[in-house]
Design a protein around this ligand. Structure first.
Ligand SMILES: [Zn+2]
Length: 400
């Protein structure tokens, strides 16, 4: 007998879409453990298994799946136990090129709510997200960026790296919460009281990001305008430059999916030398070779440009490092730039107590951490304590 596998798989997907909300409800219902309820408990266990929820610990909080962790991690802080948040892209993942895996597709399918950055950042997710938007709430942060604030390159391609400006990111996250709470289908899934808690959480987080922004402004205040040139591997820092008055130059374009041209490389080497820029940066999620070529060319022109600490551009830091949170990642970048330009570091940003899943990012914590933690924080791959498995994941072997 010949089975049409496409038809079978389409029917299965249709069945899962129809059944998932029902199974979820059944899984989450109260099932007292008495003998007479055994069948019901067994049924619930099967239902929980089908929708990927643990029986007993199941929470009624809606499951939110985000593409990048720059959205998911702050959202988990804002939401507390009002949402179950999971991000698909981990440390070292490049969202421009990342292709959803089979398990990503299952996560998208079974989630209640989906959130993505948009503006073609997660290019390979565009089609599935379009499809899911017909069936469940899908929120795109890019849609809330005011037109006047959008940056575009010479070919009118929108720069999607909004998280590089914490004031803008704060606004987009707050707007996400507003949209979610105001969305009929999404708000119906929330527990009583959660709409207010989400709004309060967003307000609190926004205040912290504004404090982070003020700390950053203060650190750069002693750097003269003409020296504010930030050269990195690809054009991820446009919004950072717009906010803190840096001329930002990436070797690659807005996406990592382009090859640096020879002319571009020579122009940048010339710029570094004439403006006496002391530092250029690699990024954690992309190959550092292009920056090394640039430094060689600058040296050939008589320049003295150092390789700065790796910046986190499109992905956050490894689990367990302070850069695993959005605030920690941003503070890492600011400190790396401050060090690269030989500026004074003035303590830690006043961002208040961190909530669930967030680490304190005060100086003392970094100083008191293990040698491995410090090596991780500095992304110092030459340190003997730098975890070997992370070197691999961060593609930083070439730096040695
Ligand atoms: Zn990027």
């Amino acid at each position: 007998m010949h089975l049409d596998m496409k038809l079978v798989s389409a029917n299965f997907l249709f069945m899962m879409r129809t059944l998932t909300p029902m199974l979820r409800k059944f899984c989450l219902a109260k099932h007292p453990g008495s003998r007479s309820k055994a069948a019901s408990v067994l049924g619930a266990a099967l239902a929980c298994l089908a929708v990927g929820l643990p029986l007993g610990q199941a929470s009624a909080a809606p499951q939110v799946v985000t593409t990048i962790a720059q959205i998911g991690q702050p959202l988990s802080v804002i939401a507390g136990d009002c949402l179950q948040v999971r991000s698909l892209l981990g440390p070292g993942s490049d969202p421009h090129l990342y292709r959803p895996t089979r398990s990503d597709m299952t996560a998208l399918l079974t989630a209640d709510i989906l959130v993505h950055n948009g503006a073609h950042l997660e290019a390979q997710f565009a089609k599935p997200l379009d499809q899911f938007a017909k069936r469940k709430p899908v929120f795109e942060l890019a849609l809330a960026v005011p037109n006047a604030g959008l940056m575009r390159d010479s070919e009118q391609v929108t720069d999607p790296h909004f998280w590089m400006n914490p004031a803008l990111w704060a606004r987009l996250l707050s707007r996400l919460i507003e949209d979610l709470v105001g969305h009929e289908q999404a708000s119906a899934m929330l527990d009583p009281g959660c709409a207010e808690r989400l709004q309060a959480g967003a307000q609190d987080y926004e205040a912290r990001l504004l404090a982070l922004d003020a700390w950053t402004q203060a650190l750069f205040s002693n750097l003269p305008r003409e020296r504010r040139v930030l050269v990195s591997a690809h054009d991820a820092f446009g919004y950072f430059g717009q906010r803190y008055d840096f001329q930002v130059e990436g070797i690659q374009g807005l996406s990592t999916d382009s090859q640096a041209s020879l002319k571009r490389m020579n122009d940048l080497a010339e710029l570094l030398v004439t403006r006496q820029v002391p530092v250029a940066f690699v990024e954690s999620s992309i190959d550092p070779k292009s920056i090394e070529t640039l430094l060689t060319r600058a040296a050939a022109r008589g320049g003295s440009v150092a390789l700065g600490d790796a910046l986190f551009s499109d992905a956050m830091g490894p689990a367990g490092s302070p850069a695993e949170t959005y605030i920690g990642m941003f503070a890492h970048n600011v400190r790396a730039i401050v060090r690269g330009f030989g500026l004074q570091e003035n303590g830690a940003p006043e961002v208040g107590e961190q909530k669930i899943g967030e680490q304190k990012i005060g100086e003392q914590e970094i100083g008191q951490g293990s040698a491995a933690q410090k090596a991780l924080y500095d992304l110092d791959v030459t340190a003997p304590d730098f975890p070997a498995r992370l070197k691999e994941r961060l593609h930083v072997d070439a730096l040695k």
